[in-house]
Design a protein around this ligand. Structure first.
Ligand SMILES: *[C@@H]1O[C@H](CO)[C@@H](O)[C@H](O)[C@H]1NC(C)=O
Ligand SMILES: *[C@@H]1O[C@H](CO)[C@@H](O)[C@H](O)[C@H]1NC(C)=O
Length: 284
């Protein structure tokens, strides 16, 4: 009597477990930024919990480019997609290898896994990948003048070589980052050319007022850094020199300084006024 009751409980319990059985969350490993020309591996890890695998499908955006079907022969299928070159010899149910990636294959990659009968469960996960075409060299930095006096405004332009996507440019004075909140961005929309990714030349302009504290032993370093994720970093530095070093008291008591004091905007940490004049994208 008691054993049949236990069997009944076991039956209920196991049907519940079987019913609950399903695909666990899919984990994808997609590099967020790679360089043009690289061979890359996209990974898709899944746990079927003992269920049979029906398909693994890879999509770029909404378009499928690779399928693994264990029941069919051959069990892999590749669908042509511009710029995507699947290395079939290295692709597995968990990995797809893309050769010689180009900037146009930047996009969202999705892995979709389906289990076979009886559950026909489907789950997916995705990640965004940039294929970066980095500038071929460091940016160039043009400053108005190298010899400056306290109170002077000086301007400079930092220009990067063409890249995809546009670089991030930041400015430093004596190694201290000039805050972005003091920058004004101006983006010029490049005209549409073709299906290939547009490249950009980034020009970033800075204008700052020289303060007494700008100088360290009569010199100051202004630099611009252009970067693309963790793939590219280019830097150019300019040295500013004090034109007429003056004794401290005369500079403080100078009537010209007193007059302009109230109009002067100061950043306590930097003690300079920075106006980023322009930051624009120019079509290659
Ligand atoms: C920076 O670029 C602007 C706009 O092209 C130009 O007017 C200015 O003279 C440039 N400044 C320097 C220091 O090259
Ligand atoms: C630019 O900087 C932002 C903020 O740090 C970062 O999220 C973004 O990925 C960077 N873009 C590039 C192209 O490096």
């Amino acid at each position: 009597m008691e054993s049949s009751y236990n069997q009944w409980i076991l039956f209920i319990f196991s049907s519940f477990i079987i019913g609950m059985k399903s695909l666990k969350e899919i984990e994808v490993k997609i590099p967020s930024a790679v360089q043009v020309g690289e061979t890359i591996t996209l990974q898709c890890n899944y746990d079927l919990e003992g269920e049979p695998l029906y398909t693994v499908k890879w999509y770029k955006g909404t378009r499928e480019f690779y399928r693994f079907i264990p029941k069919e022969l051959p069990n892999t299928k590749v669908f042509a997609l511009p710029g995507i070159d699947v290395d079939l010899s290295k692709s597995t149910p968990n990995e797809v290898v893309l050769r010689n990636v180009q900037s146009e294959v930047t996009g969202r990659y999705k892995c979709e896994v389906s289990s076979d009968a009886p559950n026909f469960d489907t789950k997916f996960n995705s990640g965004y990948m940039y294929v970066v075409d980095a500038p071929l060299d460091d940016p160039s930095l043009l400053i108005e003048k190298n010899y400056v006096d306290i109170g002077d405004f000086i301007s400079g332009n930092c220009t990067t070589l063409p890249s995809y996507p546009a670089t991030n440019v930041s400015w430093y004075l004596n190694g201290i980052r000039i805050p972005e909140s003091f920058s004004r961005k101006l983006e010029v929309e490049p005209e549409f050319l073709s299906s290939r990714r547009k490249h950009y030349v980034m020009i970033s302009g800075v204008e700052l007022q020289i303060m007494e504290s700008t100088f360290q032993e009569g010199k100051a370093a202004l630099s611009c850094v252009a970067s693309l994720f963790n793939i590219y970093r280019g830097e150019r530095k300019a040295i500013l020199e004090e034109a007429k070093p003056r004794p401290k008291p005369s500079s403080v008591l100078s009537p010209r300084d007193d007059r302009s004091e109230s109009q002067r905007l100061e950043i306590p940490s930097l003690q300079i006024l920075i106006i980023v004049l322009l930051l624009m994208h120019v079509h290659r």
